[in-house]
Design a protein around this ligand. Structure first.
Ligand SMILES: C[S@@+](CC[C@H](N)C(=O)[O-])C[C@H]1O[C@@H](n2cnc3c(N)ncnc32)[C@H](O)[C@@H]1O
Length: 235
């Protein structure tokens, strides 16, 4: 397993809360080889960034399952005769009982599985369902400096946790990408974090912590770290 590090810089545009997720979805989808996939499962499909990018990349399929526990997100996911929407929680093992082994040619999940409450069990559960797997996870280095200053622990998996878990289930290739997003003020950053749904912790900030952040945050940008995983074989 080789760690390839990259760095990308973006500017926050007013009211665009998913700038980084969209970039991440594009990058993850670009790893998927062109071709025909009978059935695709997208875990934590959100508003359809993966569906849109795969279609744009000329990936063909018979059926695309958009799986998300948010009805609101599924409502804004594109609709057509090849798309089936499933409103389920990936933290509930029973959510997968309807699927057979090897039912999918492609299982993909972008910017969602960092929220898994038991990632090892989930990966073991979804491993047999598909012939190929592609994942992207935000890591605990997301908002690293902000967490340090506010004395918060990231609620999501560290890079080391993710590697340890993935090593038990798959042989895989991975890439780490750091992104930054520029803002005009710390106030804007905090607003972005609350609305973006990327990584929390900030919701629990007291007034005092908030004030400390406003005064002491040394950067004009937020930091993100994303791990991209392409499974080579199952263990
Ligand atoms: C950051 S968004 C990413 C959406 C999309 N994959 C993308 O790349 O833009 C994470 C999505 O995962 C969904 N999600 C989070 N936890 C989930 C769970 N336990 N079960 C199912 N979906 C979940 C959220 O509702 C949200 O739509």
């Amino acid at each position: 397993m080789e760690i390839v590090k990259e760095f990308s810089r973006f500017a926050y545009e007013y009211d665009k809360y998913n700038v980084i997720q969209k970039e991440v979805a594009k990058r993850l989808a670009s790893y998927v080889p062109k071709g025909f996939y009978n059935q695709i499962l997208d875990l934590g499909s959100g508003d359809g960034a993966i569906y849109k990018t795969l279609s744009h990349n000329n990936i063909k399929f018979n059926k695309f399952i958009a799986f998300d526990f948010s009805k609101e997100m599924l409502e804004i996911h594109p609709n057509n005769s090849s798309i089936e929407k499933i409103c389920r929680d990936f933290n509930q093992p029973s959510s997968f009982s309807m699927f057979k082994n090897d039912e999918f040619d492609l299982l993909i999940s972008s910017s969602a599985l960092q929220w898994s409450s038991d990632l090892l069990s989930l990966l073991n559960l979804i491993k047999p369902l598909s012939k190929s797997h592609y994942f992207s996870f935000f890591t605990a280095n997301t908002f690293r400096t902000l967490h340090q200053i506010a004395n918060l622990t990231s609620p999501i998996y560290t890079r080391e946790d993710l590697i340890k878990i993935l090593d038990k289930v798959f042989n895989y290739e991975m890439e780490l990408v750091e992104y930054t997003l520029d803002f005009n003020s710390v106030h804007e950053m905090l607003k972005y974090i609350k609305k973006s749904g990327v990584s929390g912790g900030v919701q629990q900030l007291s007034y005092k912590q908030m004030k400390t952040l406003m005064l002491e945050y040394p950067l004009s940008y937020l930091e993100f770290e994303v791990m991209f995983v392409k499974v080579i074989e199952k263990k």
